[in-house]
Design a protein around this ligand. Structure first.
Ligand code: SAM
Length: 303
């Protein structure tokens, strides 16, 4: 398979080998066994719209529900498998509908880094993408992917890697999606450089990230934002453009901007814990820490 080419680097192979062991963690091993022990399914229907939906013979809806519940929390989706509706915390089709008109995966080497359970990879598969690879360091999300793909059987490869590994696949990818990752990185300019390093000449990346309002070149650096302790830097648009300059992207285009609302993110029975309604003030005008509420900017970047 052509996609094996990106795995030639010895250091990358070592990292992949090491990370295979993550499936032995005591919270993960039983789930891995469950997903790997799924009975063969004869797929009878696949429908990819806002919902990613599949039906198959060989497994009952009740079995599907029980396994899906064990794989909680479902952050991205929604999915409907043998009629079982997995209402994820995020309605990922809202992001997808912003970026989809700007994507053409056909005939390209495509990577979704930070792919979570692969929601956008399935959408890219529907568009006709052939070489589709997902990286995300979370073994749980990879098992959610494997569970859904047991029904869809798309030729997508998934690895427990992160954006920091892109320098080990230099100049390889024609299209990289890196959505909702930048504000989680403690060195965002370095991350943008890594993204650029992974792109083939003429390659494109699509990213989205949190921004704050304002005309100046400022960055918010909170200890906690919307109850998240792993949000490091939130720039204004101008500050973000300065980061892109520093990372040496040749040019970029803003393809969307959207304030996160309860239609896009809210609590459902498929996650444990809280969601957006608990992260904002009751009138939704600020985060509970008093910061501007989450707004995302969507961009296409050219190497
Ligand atoms: C906010 S979610 C975004 C998921 C999806 N890309 C989206 O936009 O809907 C962040 C994702 O990044 C993943 N992640 C964590 N560390 C990462 C890393 N070093 N590189 C890439 N992704 C990472 C998380 O496991 C999670 O799935």
């Amino acid at each position: 398979m052509a996609s094996k080419k990106w795995k030639k680097d010895k250091n990358l192979q070592k990292i992949l080998e090491e990370r295979e062991k993550w499936y032995r963690w005591k919270n993960i091993a039983p789930l891995k066994e469950l997903v790997e022990g799924l009975p063969p399914v004869k797929t009878t229907k696949i429908e990819i719209g806002k919902w990613i939906e599949a039906e198959g013979e060989g497994i009952s809806s009740e079995e599907v529900r029980q396994i899906a519940e064990k794989l909680k929390p479902w952050r991205k989706g929604p999915f409907r498998l043998n009629g079982v509706e997995i209402w994820s915390e995020w309605r990922s089709y809202i992001k997808w509908e912003i970026i989809a008109p700007h994507l053409n995966p056909v005939g390209k080497r495509v990577l979704d880094v930070g792919c979570n359970n692969g929601y956008y990879l399935f959408q890219l598969g529907k568009m006709g993408g052939e070489e589709l690879v997902g990286w995300d360091p979370s073994p749980l999300f990879s098992l959610q992917f494997q569970f859904v793909n047991h029904f869809l059987q798309f030729p997508i490869e998934y690895y427990l890697l992160g954006v920091e590994h892109l320098p080990l696949t230099p100049g390889y990818w024609d299209l990289i999606l890196c959505l909702g990752v930048l504000y989680h990185r403690s060195d965002p300019i370095q991350m943008l450089k890594e993204l650029r390093q992974g792109l083939a000449p003429g390659g494109e990346a699509v990213i989205d990230t949190l921004i704050i309002p304002g005309e100046g070149e400022y960055v918010l650096s909170p200890l906690r934002y919307a109850k998240m302790k792993n949000v490091y830097f939130i720039p204004t648009k101008s500050a973000l453009f300065n980061w892109l300059h520093r990372a040496k992207f040749s040019h970029w285009e803003v393809i969307g901007e959207r304030k996160t609302d309860l239609e896009e993110q809210s609590k459902t029975p498929w996650i444990e814990g809280e969601s957006l309604e608990s992260f904002l003030t009751p009138d939704l005008s600020k985060t509970i820490e008093g910061y501007p509420p989450p707004t995302r900017l969507y961009l296409k970047l050219w190497r």
